[in-house]
Design a protein around this ligand. Structure first.
Ligand SMILES: Cc1ncc(COP(=O)(O)O)c(C=O)c1O
Length: 398
């Protein structure tokens, strides 16, 4: 008699199958080392493994591109947090994305992309996947009918969703878009970088695979570049596993260790990111130098109701437009002291940037262009009064 089929991480750690998020974050993917009792997985800086006779592998380890115990601990942890079948760790978010495209598409296929996708994702499709023969059509994630209309029946293999998007924080309805993708025989991919698995678990809402830039909230300390995929079903997991090894853009053991350490505190960090972001939104909404505040937690945000259904809280990313146009936005970005001017997001320290000139400069003149008076904040976990005073000073001196 065969019992229920559990995802791989559950069969490996049955005792955690009903555990809460923080318990899984701290324990899933690794059991204390049987020989030493080490509570934290060692950094296995090894490329190869001694075999006990030809083909006599210990624990399946043969060569570290195929599998490495530190990376395996991270991959098990990611699968547990996203509630998927299997997790995969890569050298960067874009490496994860490219591997996913190779695993699921062939030349001649088509992908629907968010019309405000992360610029690097857009560049990957526009300059790399397109040259390989995979076409793409942008569509707004907040408009289910527009996404449906962008699908080319029989040709579209992936519907790609970011929610919230970067930097305009648009919200896509994961459940509705999963249905649209599945009706067309396509897979729904959700880039969960902005929300993190603490705030949103797309696989439980019908998505087929989750993408992360673990460089961001997962790592959480701005000290590592990494990426991840988590697949809901075995069939897709097997294809990704093959391509992860065949392409080889894997996370090294040091990087895997850093991301795993970051994930252990994801829950407490995200709650503080959200607390601070909510206070900053309240402050910006009442500020006379700010014309528009973009945050899914605001009741006037068009995606507020959907975000409320599919997210635990509204996240640590806040965008706003200033009254004095681009020169004002640039000066605000250059005048903060606690907020560091820089790209990236999701670390414990607050960052500020001008998307039009920085992260999204490469999409200027395309459908993905962002407003010139837009400022994006990655709200960190510093003392909130210091963050508010810093922004107030920068806005006034603009
Ligand atoms: C939403 C999102 N997805 C993917 C990526 C790409 O990740 P990486 O920079 O780790 O390659 C980024 C990077 O900023 C991102 O913000």
């Amino acid at each position: 008699m065969t019992g229920p089929r559990y995802p791989r991480w559950v069969t490996d750690q049955e005792h955690l199958s009903k555990a809460g998020f923080e318990t899984r974050a701290i324990h899933a993917g690794y059991e204390p080392d049987p020989t030493t009792g080490a509570v934290i997985p060692p950094i296995y800086a090894t490329s190869t493994y001694k075999q006990d006779g030809v083909g006599g592998l210990r624990g399946g380890y043969e060569y570290s591109r195929s599998a490495n115990p530190t990376r395996a601990a991270l991959e098990g942890n990611l699968a547990a947090l996203e509630e998927g079948e299997r997790g995969f760790a890569f050298a960067s978010g874009l490496a994860a994305e490219d591997t996913l495209v190779r695993a699921t598409c062939r030349p001649g296929d088509h992908v629907v992309l968010p019309d405000d996708a992360y610029g690097g994702t857009y560049r990957l499709f526009d300059k790399v996947e397109q040259a390989w023969g995979v076409e793409h059509t942008p569509a707004p994630v907040s408009d289910v009918d527009a996404v449906r209309a962008a699908i080319r029946p029989g040709q579209t293999k992936l519907v790609w969703l970011e929610t919230p998007t970067n930097p305009l924080l648009n919200i896509g309805d994961i459940e509705a878009l999963a249905a649209v993708a599945h009706d067309a025989g396509a897979l729904l991919v959700v880039d969960n970088t902005f929300a993190s698995p603490y705030l949103q678990q797309p696989l439980t809402l019908g998505a087929d695979v989750v993408v992360h830039s673990t460089t961001k909230y997962a790592g959480g300390h701005s000290d590592v570049v990494g990426g991840a995929l988590v697949a809901r079903e075995l069939e897709l997991a097997d294809k990704i596993a093959f391509h992860q090894n065949a392409i080889g853009a894997v996370a090294g053991p040091f990087d895997a260790w850093l991301v795993l350490r970051g994930l252990k505190t994801l829950g407490v960090r995200m709650d503080r990111h959200c607390d601070n972001a909510e206070r900053i939104v309240e402050f910006l909404v009442g500020h006379d130098a700010v014309s528009h505040v973009i945050y899914p937690g605001l009741s006037e945000h068009p995606g507020h109701a959907i975000a409320g259904r599919q997210m635990k809280r509204y996240g640590g990313m806040v965008s706003f437009r200033v009254t004095g146009g681009e020169p004002h936005a640039l000066s605000v970005c250059e005048r903060t002291d606690v907020f560091t001017l820089g790209e990236s997001l999701g670390g414990v320290e607050s960052l500020i940037e001008h998307p039009g000139r920085m992260t999204h400069a490469r999409v200027a003149g395309t459908d993905l262009e962002v407003p010139a008076d837009l400022v994006r904040l990655s709200v960190g976990i510093e003392t909130i009064d210091d963050l508010l005073a810093d922004l107030d000073r920068a806005l006034h001196t603009g």
